[in-house]
Design a protein around this ligand. Structure first.
Ligand SMILES: *[C@@H]1O[C@H](CO)[C@@H](O)[C@H](O)[C@H]1NC(C)=O
Ligand SMILES: *[C@@H]1O[C@H](CO)[C@@H](O)[C@H](O)[C@H]1NC(C)=O
Ligand SMILES: *[C@@H]1O[C@H](CO)[C@@H](O)[C@H](O)[C@H]1NC(C)=O
Ligand SMILES: *[C@@H]1O[C@H](CO)[C@@H](O)[C@H](O)[C@H]1NC(C)=O
Ligand SMILES: *[C@@H]1O[C@H](CO)[C@@H](O)[C@H](O)[C@H]1NC(C)=O
Ligand SMILES: *[C@@H]1O[C@H](CO)[C@@H](O)[C@H](O)[C@H]1NC(C)=O
Length: 406
């Protein structure tokens, strides 16, 4: 009942894609997870220049030593240099910047923004294929994976925003998907001076609260402390090999009575508008690894219904890290009211599900009314917001109008 592709769907649960059967057809067997796939290509070379766009590769080093790769598309297809502000695009978990470039130029946000005159910057989170460098560590060291999304807030986002701001001399628009929204919201809620470098933020499939998540399997995996178990066994990079994860998932599936041969729709929601034949292109780039600790942190949110820093699991350990027995909270009500926000969410999304998004909107109820824009699509699920063939009409054009106002 549990096959490899269905396990893959768990890896990509915060993101992907068509439906399980489409992926099964395109990717039988274990050809999917193969870290040796063509590592020499850069994103600029393989996905941007091939479409006729100029592209620059940049490297940004975070304060804690991670060397992130960033791509810049400085001009539209016509060659006309951007005359609008920079936009930083931050992908979600288990993917990288390729996610913004996989459909045709008329369908992919990275290209659409460039063609609309924006100066496009594409982030790649630490640990992903093109951002696996570090000043002293290698991904083979478990210390390399000793982080959760707290560090993405504190170090990655901060370094990227400052870099783009420095290079362009301009405040930037931000687009996040999924985990890319959580780190922005957490950063905004801390009201640090970084916030002055943002013009506005568009949050697609916003993740703040996770406790009403619809997916039974995800909930059970969180309740069973699956990620903690893996971490304690020494698997600090996630996903570990199939040999490790397969039996665990099989057990969870058996015990919950989940039909694991069909878990994709059960996890991400039925994506209405992802072109299944694009799955092959997509899966050449994904899934990208993350830290097991990052998964643990997300599971803590599912279990507790709070948005707080990583919980070290004991009062003593938390005191050591935070000077407090409990991890400090990120309070969404602290997000500055005048920060222009655009929220795009979908009725079929089982990760950024409507109830959890409404809890976030409730926290934002005092936000300046003119500065909070919402696009809701009844048909859209999690991946439609980045890969939907008609996302340009449903989400991107309203987003561009919003950017043009700011
Ligand atoms: C992984 O990719 C390499 C290079 O493309 C190939 O030679 C190898 O057979 C692949 N391994 C698996 C397990 O698919
Ligand atoms: C990591 O380990 C693999 C397999 O043992 C090895 O091939 C690779 O060179 C190592 N990478 C680094 C950066 O040490
Ligand atoms: C799960 O159930 C199947 C069929 O009932 C069985 O063959 C398999 O051994 C079970 N696996 C585990 C890990 O319990
Ligand atoms: C599980 O889902 C698959 C695909 O939808 C279906 O073919 C199969 O019959 C289902 N199995 C059970 C036990 O419901
Ligand atoms: C889906 O992708 C294929 C291959 O790129 C393309 O031929 C087809 O026209 C696409 N369909 C839609 C609806 O965009
Ligand atoms: C997008 O595609 C879906 C599925 O085909 C359709 O239901 C929806 O009406 C489309 N939306 C727009 C704005 O074209």
């Amino acid at each position: 009942m549990l096959n490899f592709s269905s396990v893959l769907t768990l890896f990509v649960l915060f993101f992907v894609s068509a439906n399980a059967s489409a992926i099964d057809k395109v990717f039988p067997g274990n050809a999917i997870i193969n870290s040796s796939i063509n590592d020499v290509d850069t994103i600029c070379k393989s996905l941007v220049q091939t479409q006729g766009y100029a592209c620059e590769e940049h490297k940004v080093t975070t304060e804690d030593g991670y060397i992130l790769s960033v791509q810049r598309i400085p001009a539209g297809r016509s060659g006309k240099t951007a005359n609008k502000p920079p936009v930083l695009l931050q992908h979600g978990i288990f993917v990288d910047a390729a996610t913004w470039l996989l459909n045709s130029p008329d369908e992919s946000l990275g290209f659409i923004l460039a063609d609309n005159g924006f100066d496009v910057w594409l982030a790649n989170t630490r640990g992903t294929k093109y951002s696996s460098g570090h000043t002293s560590l290698s991904p083979n060291d478990s210390a390399y994976w000793e982080w959760s999304w707290d560090e993405l807030v504190q170090y990655d986002l901060s370094a990227l925003v400052q870099y783009v701001h420095y290079k362009t001399g301009q405040k930037l628009h931000y687009v996040g998907h999924s985990l890319g929204t959580l780190i922005a919201l957490a950063s905004f809620s801390k009201q640090e001076k970084l916030i002055n470098m943002f013009r506005s933020a568009a949050l697609l499939c916003p993740i703040a609260y996770l406790n009403q998540i619809q997916s039974q399997l995800t909930k059970v995996a969180a309740q069973l402390h699956m990620a903690e178990g893996l971490y304690n066994l020494g698997y600090h990079e996630f996903p570990p090999g199939w040999d490790v994860l397969g039996p665990i998932l099989e057990k969870i599936c058996n015990e919950t009575g989940c039909n694991c041969s069909d878990i994709m729709p059960a996890l991400t929601g039925p994506n209405c508008c992802v072109n299944a034949s694009k799955a092959s292109v997509l899966l050449k780039h994904e899934p990208q690894p993350t830290a097991t600790k990052n998964i643990i942190h997300l599971c803590q949110m599912i279990r507790t219904g709070t948005i707080a820093m990583y919980d070290y699991g004991s009062e003593d350990e938390n005191k050591k890290h935070y000077g407090n027995p409990n991890p400090p909270a990120y309070d969404m009500r602290n997000i500055p009211r005048e920060l222009p926000l655009f929220l795009g969410y979908g009725g079929q999304d089982m990760l950024a599900d409507v109830d959890d998004v409404e809890a976030l909107l409730n926290d934002l109820k005092d936000h300046d009314k003119g500065e909070l824009f919402q696009v809701y699509s009844e048909e859209y699920a999690h991946a439609d917001f980045v890969l939907g063939v008609n996302a340009s009409q449903v989400v991107y054009h309203p987003m561009i109008s919003f950017f043009n106002l700011h």
